[in-house]
Design a protein around this ligand. Structure first.
Ligand SMILES: Cc1cc2nc3c(=O)[nH]c(=O)nc-3n(C[C@H](O)[C@H](O)[C@H](O)COP(=O)(O)OP(=O)(O)OC[C@H]3O[C@@H](n4cnc5c(N)ncnc54)[C@H](O)[C@@H]3O)c2cc1C
Length: 369
């Protein structure tokens, strides 16, 4: 065998897994088709450390988000990764939405998040005087992080323990062979190269279903795009916390919300639109009116001219448009071959717990067929 473990994908998930699995005894390669790590979903998200409020109790999304959040704060503190625990308000903009707020609060409690509380209108006015809300769930443990700094840390840690990354190399085929897998790749010059690995971890993000398909496993990921609009910097500092409306009923997204980055810059988004299977990151400027209308309900200080198209990201969703909740899939589908499929939000938060989970799955199998 050329290597012990091949990890396909150098996003936050593949890098966290490499950091968790690497040790001086094993030979681990991350194979990444781009010329640098973290250019996929991991560089196009809200960079929020989620608390785990929304997800159904007992789901992987709930459990790995909560475990991942705790681990992430520890990793950030120990390794000086820029982050801030700024807290989040999920707000009702009308009395009718209060039932959803209470439901979210109860769900958070069921998920074991004891820090969340229900907040009345008067208290919200003290916490965030410039927003409009009837009532809210307050999550003090929600935070923001520099996702690139986190990925750099994971890669550096993995490399220091002997793992390596190969850039500009796309996995185009996989065959089961005796004692492992033969992986066919093409590099940026169009040159083909095969190598053999005892184990394989498929962390290919938007294309994880295609990689799984190479070994006969049939998953379908639907692309669900989220556009962001940024808010003029003159409004910087008006709001201190992340402000979310009640989530969309169709499970596609969390509703157009206000995110802050570590410099205090404000963004609205992401929305959720199912698209064809093309990585098109153009922001649809014609959505400006819709973003404004959605946001002004709870951010009355915003004017239409304050918002401009910013960035977008694409979620790999296992549920098609209109379908109910689907969980992450983290599964050893073939001996020593672990597929990670549908790793949408809260994947960034859950990354260290997902890595722990993959390590456990692989540790449970010592001899390969
Ligand atoms: C709009 C949006 C907002 C989000 N906000 C948050 C948030 O605030 N908090 C949170 O916790 N999560 C959030 N998420 C989810 C989070 O960003 C993802 O779960 C996470 O980044 C997924 O990481 P990944 O490593 O699986 O995917 P990626 O980062 O896409 O990495 C996969 C890598 O695999 C490579 N690859 C693909 N195919 C091949 C191949 N054939 N050969 C070689 N390499 C290949 C790609 O180039 C890519 O680099 C958000 C997601 C979106 C889309």
């Amino acid at each position: 065998m050329d290597c012990d473990i091949a990890i396909i994908g150098g996003g936050v998930i593949g890098l966290a897994i490499a950091s968790s699995l690497a040790d001086r005894k094993s030979n681990i390669y991350i194979v990444e088709k781009n010329d640098s790590h973290g250019r996929g979903i991991s560089s196009r998200n809200s960079e929020v450390i989620h608390a785990g409020i929304y997800y159904p109790t007992g789901s992987l999304k709930a459990e790995l988000c909560i475990e991942g959040r705790q681990l992430l704060y520890e990793i950030c503190a120990e390794n000086k990764i820029p982050h801030l625990k700024i807290g989040k308000l999920i707000i009702a903009t009308s009395e009718e939405e209060m039932a959803t707020i209470e439901h979210l609060w109860m769900n958070a409690k069921k998920n074991g998040i004891s820090s969340v509380s229900l907040v009345a209108q008067g208290k919200i006015a003290e916490m965030e005087p410039h927003i409009r809300a009837f009532g809210a769930v307050f999550s003090p443990d929600t935070g923001i992080i520099n996702a690139h700094a986190l990925m750099d840390y994971y890669l550096c840690d993995a490399r220091s323990k002997g793992a390596d990354i190969v850039y500009g190399t796309e996995v185009v085929g996989i065959d089961k062979i005796s004692g492992g897998y033969r992986i066919a790749t093409v590099n940026r010059n169009g040159e083909c190269f095969d190598f053999d690995s005892e184990r394989v971890v498929n962390a290919a993000g938007l294309h994880a279903d295609r990689i799984a398909g190479m070994v006969g496993k049939n998953y379908v990921q639907h692309f669900c795009k989220g556009d962001y609009f940024s808010i003029n910097n003159v409004k910087k500092g008006i709001v201190q916390k992340l402000i979310y409306p009640v989530p969309e009923k169709n499970h596609a997204g969390l509703g157009v919300h206000l995110t802050l980055d570590l410099q205090g810059r404000m963004k609205l988004g992401p929305d959720a639109t199912y698209i064809d299977r093309v990585e098109n990151y153009m922001v649809d400027a014609s959505k400006k009116e819709r973003f404004y209308e959605a946001a002004v309900k709870f951010l009355p200080f915003i004017h239409k001219e304050d918002i401009v198209p910013d960035m977008s990201g694409i979620r790999p969703k296992l549920q098609a448009a209109g379908e109910d909740f689907h969980d992450f899939v983290i599964r050893e589908d073939l001996p020593g071959f672990v597929n990670l499929v549908g790793i949408e939000s809260p994947g960034l938060t859950a990354a260290p717990a997902i890595a722990r989970c993959v390590r456990d799955v692989l540790a449970a199998r010592s001899v390969l067929a």
